[in-house]
Design a protein around this ligand. Sequence first.
Ligand code: NAD
Ligand code: UD1
Length: 335
Amino acid sequence: MRVLVTGGCGYIGSHTIVELLNSNMEVIVVDNLVNSSLDVLDNIKKITGKKPTFYEYDMCDKEKLRSIFQKEKIDAVIHFAGLKAVSESVSKPLLYYKNNLFSTINLLECMEEFNVYKLVFSSSATVYGNPTHLPVTEDFPLKTTNPYGTTKLMIENILVDLYKANSKFDITILRYFNPIGAHKSGLIGENPKGIPNNLMPYLVNVALGKSEVLNIYGNDYKTIDGTGVRDYIHVCDLAYGHLLALKNSKSGFKIYNLGTGKPTSVLELVKMFEKVNKVPVKYQITNRRAGDIDACYTSPAKAFKELNFTCRYTLSDMCLDSYNFAKKSIDKESR
Ligand code: NAD
Ligand code: UD1
């Protein structure tokens, strides 16, 4: 199978490419490198011995995107490309709507024109808003709280309508919970530009001394210890989920939550990180972050039943691998 991976130089895309290449699929990547860099492809080659074909194009440029479909034989598309920073989406909504929606519509038009119908789309647990009960299943009502999340929901709705109009499409929507961790080699991982917003990259910065203290946003939530609870999933397990989605014999329109189903609080994650990496992490409790919710974790039952999806990695692996990647990146920078 020849797979076009959009946003393949990014965090989840790069780990997924490793899975695809390791199972002998051919990979073509399109990425404008707005939130990633080219050395990711060299590092993928170090891990797999193979380098994907690469196009440095902005997917909002339809003619450039179309030229890839003209040149390459494509059997399936995994669509990761998009902007993903929640707070930035609040201050720059038009940028988010334009980038995430235009790129997707261009992609879908090209797929239809060139008779490529198999698509896996990166959605997010953010489409569930503040769930009324837990665990979250795929049939929960959908509601978003920020422009980033709204782009995800809008794209999901576009895909629903597209499938209704053209049932040749074979569409899988994957709603990710909280991916953390990195490839065991430490060669690829999450490398956010600027000051990180998400918990694990910030925690890693504190452990490395790049930031002084981790702010824990509130300890008065209705959770086990008052801090926010999430469903952290190792990025390599998430990547494997994409391979299973591509190989799924069930065709049509499908939606799966990808998470472990195991709730973890901020304090539990910090304690696990300190224990397995044998490093102290200075933290302080601060006010809640606007828009945050008490708890969010999935029921992995549907993905298990239909995709045979199970997670191989533990929270301890996630902490070890995130830190290992960050330490290796620092070593490289200082050389
Ligand atoms: P990432 O930023 O690391 O990767 C996205 C890639 O898309 C980047 O390499 C970026 O350069 C590229 N890109 C963005 N706009 C583009 C455009 N117009 N044309 C070409 N390339 C473009 O993000 P990630 O964490 O790997 O996330 C991948 C996808 O999964 C995103 O759609 C994101 O919204 C979704 N998602 C991520 C998370 C998470 O916690 N990381 C959670 C839920 C959903
Ligand atoms: C955030 C986004 C969500 C996105 C997801 C993955 C918000 C409101 N939501 O979710 O849309 O899909 O990232 O990219 O931004 N925390 C701290 N200190 C920190 C950072 C986080 O205590 O410095 C806490 C948060 O309050 C939360 C938990 O850690 O309880 C996880 O936060 P984060 O990693 O940002 O992910 P989400 O809030 O789940």
